[in-house]
Design a protein around this ligand. Structure first.
Ligand code: SAM
Length: 453
């Protein structure tokens, strides 16, 4: 009864939350297994950002209920954003659910499972579904432990929870609550611990990292709490690379631009959500910036670090987005020359302001606009990678590639790289001489002189 499989949907933050639940469960004596077939308990850590993600999780829960019919002691739980979004109505829809745990209650999962399993073993009354969705003060501080996987070179670190923005399309403020920051010292301690276990690269996670600690901690010497945090992590021995996701254009100030000049470990890759390149659409989305302001940030970053790589989130087919509005977005997208982008087709989210906006865009038109941006992304990503031909880039060797006998790593600019290596090089920063490039990947040979291979 103690083998648990956790399936994660959605973003890096969900992956990080799942890792914390896995770590808590391990400490409680559960074992974490790699497939649902080996499990006595399946926990789905869900995403509500788009309807498709919710439908996938509902489909999976529906499929799993067959197993419960065969084995009444089999436990199914839903955690995270979808649990928070739909609450007890999830159980009306999926009566076989044993556990529904919200985004501020991940740390309660071991207690709930213990209670459920005791009852199922006949040591208590047959339980009804456990539903735990309340807000809990300090819950952001519970996402702090790692599984310490052997050979792990890169780790996510959650620095805050929640979002205070009111983007018209977005369900996240409902599912994740108001912004709550973790103390700087606790984050630095966590980064130090992962560094001691061999991790070389950390990615700091928050819905809007540029809002980190805005209300809790003071600005010091003109530096925001987020930049102060970056400076402290720069000093952590063993950490070689720092990344973060996501900043917001509104809170992107000069101190953060200068951090790219001053902090050698801060990688020259930035994921800066745009959502739309048309001011009218940005206003309708309730995104508090213009495309001119966005361009200013990009220009100041490029001025500071000419080789800076840019990535973004963008939504096509927001209600009321006309052909002319979309063309403006496409032209801006082309102008910025993104190296990477997550392009989303607008998905109606119940309870958000955009749900009831007129002029919803037909699905085929969303598909077409999506393809236009994908083609532009392909053009720029390929050009950027081809520009690296013949150059030498530092890669962090992450491990064997999924297919074949090669190894995989990333450059500082988050270009995916494939090369020959050996297990001793995993976790090392090595130069790569690039001799082939596609839009998604660069290939080449490691320059091993002076490297402990
Ligand atoms: N916190 C980040 C920000 O506001 O800049 C974004 C986090 S959100 C989980 C990830 C991305 O999902 C968003 O940036 C947006 O592009 C996309 N997204 C959110 N709601 C959406 C919706 N209703 N339909 C399609 N895409 C959506």
């Amino acid at each position: 009864m103690n083998r648990v499989y956790i399936k994660t949907y959605g973003c890096q933050m969900n992956e990080r939350d799942s890792e914390q639940v896995a770590s808590d469960l391990r400490h409680r004596g559960y074992s974490i297994v790699d497939t649902e077939h080996d499990a006595d308990v399946v926990l789905l850590n869900t995403c509500s950002v788009r309807d498709q993600a919710e439908q996938k999780a509902i489909g999976k829960a529906g499929y799993l209920k067959k197993r419960k019919r065969e084995n009444p002691n089999f436990v199914i739980g839903v955690m995270g954003c979808m649990a928070q979004n739909h609450g007890s109505t999830l159980v009306d829809r999926l009566p076989d659910l044993d556990l529904v745990v919200g985004t501020q209650k991940f740390h309660r999962v071991p207690d709930h499972l213990d209670n459920l399993i005791q009852s199922l073993n006949g040591q208590g009354p047959r339980p009804s579904s456990i539903i735990d969705l309340d807000a809990e003060e300090g819950s952001q501080n519970t996402i702090r432990d790692h599984l310490g996987k052997k050979g792990q070179v890169s780790a996510f670190v959650s620095i805050m929870q929640g979002c205070n923005m009111n983007c018209a399309f977005c369900i996240v403020p409902k599912t994740r609550g108001r912004e709550r920051a973790r103390p700087i010292e606790e984050i630095v301690d966590e980064v130090t611990r992962v560094a001691e276990s061999g991790v070389k690269e950390v990615t700091l996670l928050g819905q809007i990292v540029t809002s980190y600690g805005r209300r809790e901690f003071p600005v010091v010497g003109g530096k925001s709490p987020f930049v102060q945090l970056l400076e402290k992590i720069q000093d952590v021995k063993g950490i070689e690379r720092i990344r973060f996701t996501s900043p917001h254009p509104r809170g992107f100030k000069q101190d953060l631009v200068e951090a790219y000049r001053d902090l050698s470990k801060l990688c020259e890759y930035i994921h800066l959500p745009l959502q739309s390149g048309c001011d009218k659409t940005l206003r309708a989305m309730n995104r508090p910036y213009t495309k001119d302001r966005y361009r200013e940030i990009v220009d100041s970053l490029r001025e500071m670090v000419p080789s800076m790589y840019f990535s973004t989130d963008i939504i096509v087919g927001f209600p009321g987005e006309t052909e002319a509005d979309f063309n403006e977005t496409a032209a801006f997208f082309d102008e910025i020359r993104y190296d990477m982008a997550y392009i989303f087709k607008y998905s109606i989210r119940t309870g958000t302001p955009a749900e009831t906006m007129p002029d919803q865009i037909p699905q085929e038109e969303k598909e077409r606009r999506n393809q236009v941006l994908l083609d532009l992304l392909h053009k720029h990503s390929l050009a950027r990678n081809e520009g690296l031909l013949g150059t030498t880039e530092q890669v962090l060797v992450e491990g064997p590639a999924k297919k074949g006998d090669k190894y995989v790593g990333h450059t500082r600019g988050w270009r995916n790289a494939i090369f020959d290596a050996n297990p001793r090089l995993v976790g090392q920063l090595v130069d790569l001489k690039i001799d082939r490039a596609t839009a998604s990947t660069v290939y080449g040979d490691l320059v091993l002189a002076g490297v402990d291979a």
